[in-house]
Each structure stands twice: as C-alpha cells, then as structure tokens.
Design a protein around this ligand. Sequence first.
Ligand SMILES: O=C(O)COP(=O)(O)O
Ligand SMILES: [Mg+2]
Length: 224
Amino acid sequence: MAEAAAPHTFPWPVVLFDLDGTLVDSASDIAAAVNRLLAELGHAQVDEATVRSWIGDGARQLITSALQHAGDTRTADAVMPRFMRHYEDCLLLEPRLYPGVASTLQALQAAGVRMAVCTNKPAQFVSPLLAALGIDGCFDAVLGAGDLPERKPHPLPLLHLAQGFGVDITQCLMVGDSAADAGAAIAAGAPLVLVGYGYRRDFDLHGCGALAVIDRFEELLELR
Ligand SMILES: O=C(O)COP(=O)(O)O
Ligand SMILES: [Mg+2]
C-alpha cells in the first residue's frame, strides 16, 4: 500500500497577512480612486507608480500625500467622504492576487494554519475585496482600519488578533510589505516576513529584523 504523503508542517500556528501590496495588487484601483478625486478637485492626474508610493499607512495618509502633491491646502478630512465614494466605486475594477497567493493560502489552510488579514485598508472594503478574489474562506479573522482605535505600525491590531486566536504573539507570523507592517510586528513581538514585491517606500527591507524577505509568495511554504 502506498504511503500517505506527510502533511506539510509550518513553523507557526497562526499567520497574519497584510493585504495591499502583500496578497493583492490593488494599486491600479486605488490610483483610479485617487485620480477621480483629483479630477473633481481640479488637479492633474498622477501615475500609478506615484500612488503606489503613498499606499500602506491608510486612506487618510494616502489622501494627505495626494493633496500635498497637488499643492492643495485642504485637509484630508475635508475630502475624505468624497474619496471614500470613489474608493468604493473603484475597489473591484481590476484587483489581482499576486502569483501563488491562492495556492499557498490553500496549502497553509490544509496544514491547519489559522490565518487573518490585518490591513490599514478601510475596514468596510476588506471583506468585499477578499470575496471578489475568492480567498475570503481562508481567513478566520479580518481586521481593517477603523475596527480598532489604532492601526499599524501600532502593535494593537496584531495583539488583538493573537488574543482572538488564543495564542501568544510570538506564535503569530506577520507577513507584510511595508514599514507599517514591520513596525507593528516588531513593536508587538511577532516574527516577521516581508515580501519584496510590494509597495514599500524608503525602507530597508533587509535591515529591519525580518526573518526573511521573499520575492515569491510560495516561498512562505519553505520557511523552517
Ligand atoms: O490601505 C492602505 O494604506 C494599505 O493597506 P495594507 O495595510 O493592506 O497595506
Ligand atoms: Mg501593504
């Protein structure tokens, strides 16, 4: 009788995933929303690469950067309701999972790893996006900006998720792309893996204490 394949073992029982720039390439949709706002405010359009450099610290910081870039003295708060309408309208224009994300999440799930999304994206957009991409069933918990009084790089969202899973934070691997993810993981005491393909700005991926920097999402399965 053929021997059953050994189940994949993974070093951590829980993985907390960042969303934008880690699981999902959403930059073109976010850029479309920003450009709709800029057009409405009478400003020139910006390219996707510029918007990518503004993603990672939440919608308010994104819009603060866009207004600054346009030389507009309005506050982010003053235009946020308008922006959120554009964000919602553009959310599902063409979001894409990065290569290997669906199969890797399935492999982790099959190995009994419990997973959560921990993102600075506005909370109301997270579940619809995960559902549209067909990966909503992989996660036991989803936390977005606005769900808690603090967001990454504050450690609270990570600590809150660990508590919900009933495990110590050192048992929760954080996987992200930005300084906000690294800051939150280090402040919380969570092990950290960074993806090299995301939206990082001026931040040293290799010098911030990550266990690994991966260029392909599937490399997660090789961690030991
Ligand atoms: O919306 C953002 O600014 C970034 O979201 P993220 O935390 O999933 O990268
Ligand atoms: Mg990110």
